[in-house]
Design a protein around this ligand. Structure first.
Ligand code: NAD
Length: 256
């Protein structure tokens, strides 16, 4: 379905980004994997995806906290039919105690990077009369939680940026949407489980259902494969008129 298309996925050497890259490659897209590290295993990861799906897969290191590096990533890729802005970090603290450097890093990586990559990718998409910009926001792009000021502000910003991008590209064969995941079982989340089990003196299943998934009515994590499948849908012809909106993959979180 996506043969001949090039997809750039920021922050894709683990978690949701990797799941999205995997599913886009499975659908036939050539993929550019990215993170800020430049290790042999990063390049090996891309090579493995390329081999398994019979597509071209490259790894390009670029730090998404740096606007020039964001722009250089897209330029270096040389083509961009599908742009998935996924790189993101989290930090939790009350507003009065929130470290300024953490605020700046979250806004830069979770929000501003999408502005920079989109700015370079849109002319490439316009030249072909086809494009997909998919921003990985969050349930926190639609609702808030205490102690996550920077993350919630950035993710609401990503939803707003997605709407503006959609309007500026309307009728040009280019769509832009934000996917809003609830809790997804990524290595990052998996690593929190033992601590939560100890803290609440609960077994794995109970801590997942009663503590971690308290706001997710399904009491089930979303998976990276489901997020990847949602991205593939947004790249399909069926989604050609889906633009400027949010798609929640959150087990009912935002219905509450
Ligand atoms: P993760 O930590 O597994 O992945 C984050 C990715 O971003 C990694 O590949 C990491 O290397 C990369 N990254 C971090 N800083 C970077 C930088 N400066 N430059 C380039 N790459 C950088 O986390 P994840 O859970 O897969 O999160 C991916 C996205 O999904 C984030 O935007 C996150 O906010 C969003 N999200 C996650 C969940 C969840 O429950 N896991 C829920 C909602 C939204």
């Amino acid at each position: 379905m996506l043969k001949g298309k090039t997809a750039i996925i920021t922050g894709s050497n683990s978690g949701i980004g990797l799941g999205v890259a995997e599913e886009l490659a499975r659908a036939g897209a050539d993929v550019v994997i990215n993170s800020f590290t430049d290790r042999p295993e990063d390049h090996a990861l891309a090579a493995d995806i390329g081999k398994r799906h019979g597509v071209t897969a490259r790894y390009i290191a670029a730090d998404m906290s740096n606007g020039d590096a964001c722009r250089a990533l897209v330029e270096q890729a040389g083509a961009c039919d599908i742009l998935v802005n996924n790189a993101g970090i989290q930090f939790v603290a009350g507003i009065e105690e929130f470290p300024v450097d953490k605020w700046n890093a979250i806004i830069a990586i979770n929000l501003s990077s999408a502005f920079h990559t989109t700015a370079v990718a849109l002319p490439m998409m316009r030249a072909k009369g086809w494009g997909r910009v998919i921003n990985i926001a969050s349930a926190h792009g639609l609702t808030a939680s205490p102690f996550k000021s920077a993350y919630v502000a950035a993710k609401h910003g990503v939803v707003g940026l997605s709407k503006v991008t959609a309007l500026e590209c309307a009728g040009q064969g280019i769509t832009c949407n934000a996917i809003c995941p609830g809790y997804v079982l990524t290595p990052l989340v998996e690593a929190q489980i033992p601590d939560q089990m100890k803290k609440h003196n609960m077994d794995r299943d109970t801590v997942i259902k009663q503590v971690m998934l308290e706001r997710q009515p399904s009491r089930q994590f979303a998976t990276v494969e489901q997020l990847g499948g949602t991205a593939v849908y947004l790249c399909s012809d069926a989604a050609a008129q889906v633009t400027g909106t949010t798609i929640s993959v959150d087990g009912g979180w935002t219905a509450m």
